[in-house]
Design a protein around this ligand. Structure first.
Ligand SMILES: CC(=O)SCCNC(=O)CCNC(=O)[C@H](O)C(C)(C)COP(=O)(O)OP(=O)(O)OC[C@H]1O[C@@H](n2cnc3c(N)ncnc32)[C@H](O)[C@@H]1OP(=O)(O)O
Ligand SMILES: CC(C)C(=O)C(=O)O
Ligand SMILES: [Mg+2]
Length: 590
């Protein structure tokens, strides 16, 4: 069964409405690896879980990645790039989980996302990749090797002929394993010699590649240049009519979205993007920008291109990724930034009041946001779960079941002390309650003394969720937070260093909720190398916490970061992931 999408026929063309009033129906074409039946359909490959996670500090646990994958499926992405299995046992096991569950779950529109994995052009990587992804209904291997002279000379130390042969043989090898869907990326295509590109791409197409992914790996191209690269590849590569052309653009010059759109306009029918634009260095083209640009201008400027993305899930997806990666979205970020739909100056406000189309080109509802509070509900201590759920929906959070129950409990506790809860308060509670890692330690009680008379002291009770045992420790410190963190360290006995600590007040007033963010690192188990210094750097883990008491908020953030680090460590170390890791945790609150 095919999903039906409504697409604006023309943006801002109707004078009586803020946005377009006419829509055309589209169906998502059935998935055939090397072709798309509708020439206007653009496949969306989301690589948040692979290239996105390559962003420094963006490590996600297995459980978080699975949750993001589920959300990406809900968003309607065509292909989820779930990881690089040869990079670690943890990544391979996580890909397996995603392939088995998300890669086999048919949604109400009959859509199942393709699950893709990345592998270098060598047999070992490809074997591991196939072993992890083969469980999906539609598995794909994306293999890559650099084609630019600078990479050949300094990184691979190989001649053009050698690289061409390796690419040809490895695509054929991936197909020989039984994988029907093999994408090939000429890494650094944006700086590669075009004649050599046509040659390599022609060879891999003969070997069975189904998608050719043109990568501007270092974000070097300008839009006109990337468009020309795409159209030149389309015109000069033997056999190119038998494959789908894809874009993979990085944002080093802030042009990733522009280049992606230029590529699509020049004939690419797959775009590789990430949520919030996260990724290696300055990041990748952002899904929300590319998709909304196509939705907004596809008809009048991009010859009728459209995607299968259910854009009303964009905000929730963006929030999840921001929470799990600890990479908050800048307020002026297009589409999902806090200010993307805010109008501060008088002339703009006047225009908005008269006709929204004067200053808004996208309806907030289109991306799953509605700050209008048209129902006039004020949330306070007498509000019920329905009112909270409806406000959460307006803020872009679709919560049900246990997640909603948990937030409701916290909401009631805060509302008992605070008259009216603002949107900021509610978002802080959701962040603290819902987007948290697997709970290994939960916070029982915190008691501190502090002041000018002497050292601060803290008594902390943590509950080990696996065995349910309560552990209490006391410590002194230079301040109450230092004392509390030292007490926690005595209980968890995990070597840890606190790298960053920041606290902000979510709203104004003495009864404001305090939101804390910490970044920690542990032992050397998870490391990567810093490109500038060349030094090995330890993997960092962030945690957030919220509460009306600043010490409690700080303790929550620290314990959440510790939980993330410990969960990450135990999954990486374990040879096999338990069949149902998601049921292995529960929460307790002070
Ligand atoms: C543009 C991109 O985003 S590429 C993807 C980047 N992602 C990652 O690197 C994921 C994390 N990486 C890792 O965990 C590790 O780098 C691993 C496990 C993949 C490899 O680790 P190691 O085997 O120790 O190799 P290391 O990373 O130090 O060096 C890379 C090697 O692969 C080679 N190589 C690099 N790209 C390719 C390729 N596409 N195909 C074949 N070989 C390649 C390099 O030339 C180098 O080989 P050498 O050892 O003969 O000089
Ligand atoms: C591995 C490839 C697809 C990549 O991420 C790049 O070239 O940027
Ligand atoms: Mg990349």
């Amino acid at each position: 069964m095919a999903a039906i999408f409504m697409k604006p026929a023309s943006s801002l063309s109707a004078p009586t409405s803020a946005y377009s009033s006419t829509t055309r129906k589209h169906t998502r074409p059935d998935y055939i690896p090397n072709k798309i039946s509708d020439p206007n359909y653009v496949r969306v490959l989301d690589t948040t879980l692979r290239d996105g996670e390559q962003a420094p500090g963006a490590a996600m646990t297995s459980e978080e990645k699975l949750d993001v994958a589920r959300q990406l499926a809900k968003l309607g992405v065509d292909i989820i790039e779930a990881g690089f299995p040869a990079s670690s046992k943890d990544d391979a096991e996580t890909v397996k989980l995603i392939a088995k569950e998300v890669g086999n779950t048919v949604d109400s529109d009959g859509h199942v996302p393709v699950i893709c994995v990345v592998a270098r052009c060598n047999k070992n990587d490809i074997d591991i990749a196939w072993d992890a992804v083969k469980y999906a209904k539609n598995p794909r291997i994306g293999t890559f090797i650099a084609t630019s002279d600078i990479h050949l000379k300094y990184k691979l130390n190989k001649s053009r002929d050698q690289v061409c042969a390796i690419a040809r043989e490895m695509v054929a090898y991936a197909r020989s394993l039984g994988c029907q869907d093999v994408a090939f990326t000429p890494e650094d295509a944006g700086r590669s010699d075009k004649e050599f590109l046509y040659q390599v791409l022609g060879e891999v197409i003969k070997s069975g590649a189904t998608t050719i992914n043109v990568a501007d790996t270092v974000g070097y191209n300008l839009p006109s240049e990337f468009a020309k690269l795409t159209s030149d590849i389309k015109s000069n590569t033997p056999g190119i009519e038998n494959v789908v052309i894809s874009t993979h653009c990085h944002n080093d010059l802030g042009l990733a979205t522009a280049n992606t759109l230029a590529g699509a306009n020049a004939g690419a029918r797959q775009v590789e993007v990430t949520i919030n634009g996260i990724g290696e260095r300055a990041g990748n083209a952002s899904l929300e920008e590319v998709v909304m640009a196509i939705k907004c201008r596809g008809n009048d400027q991009l010859a009728g291109l459209y995607t299968g993305i259910k854009t009303q899930h964009i905000v929730m997806t963006s929030k999840k990724v921001a929470e799990y990666t600890g990479m908050s979205v800048q307020s002026n970020k297009a589409i999902v930034g806090a200010n993307a739909f805010a109008h501060e100056s008088g002339i703009h406000q006047d225009g908005m009041l008269k006709f929204k189309g004067t200053y808004q080109i996208i309806s907030p509802e289109d991306i799953g946001l509605s700050r209008s509070n048209e129902s006039g509900i004020v949330l306070g201590r007498l509000s019920g779960k329905h009112a909270l759920k409806s406000r959460l929906l307006e803020l872009g959070y679709e919560l049900d079941g246990k997640a909603l129950d948990d937030v409701f409990l916290r909401f009631k506790a805060v509302a008992a002390k605070k008259k009216n809860l603002s949107d900021g308060d509610i978002e802080a509670l959701v962040s603290d309650e819902v987007f948290q890692p697997q709970v290994i330690w939960s916070v029982g009680h915190v008691q501190v003394t502090c002041g000018t008379l002497g050292l601060s002291t803290a008594t902390v009770k943590l509950i080990g969720v696996v065995d349910g045992v309560e552990h209490v420790a006391c410590s002194v410190g230079t301040g109450p937070v230092d004392a509390a963190y030292k007490a926690i360290n005595l209980i968890t006995k995990v070597p840890v260093a606190l790298l960053e600590y920041s606290m902000s007040s979510v709203t104004e007033g003495i009864d404001a909720i305090a939101s804390t963010r910490v970044v920690i690192h542990g032992e050397d188990v998870h490391s990567s190398s810093d490109a500038i210094t060349g030094k090995t750097v330890r993997r960092t883990f962030s945690g957030t916490g919220a509460g009306m008491d600043i010490v409690v908020s700080s303790v929550r953030a620290y314990v959440n970061a510790l939980n993330k680090m410990i969960a990450f460590k135990s999954v990486s170390a374990a040879p096999k992931v338990s069949p149902d890791p998601l049921n292995a945790h529960k929460k307790a609150k002070p």
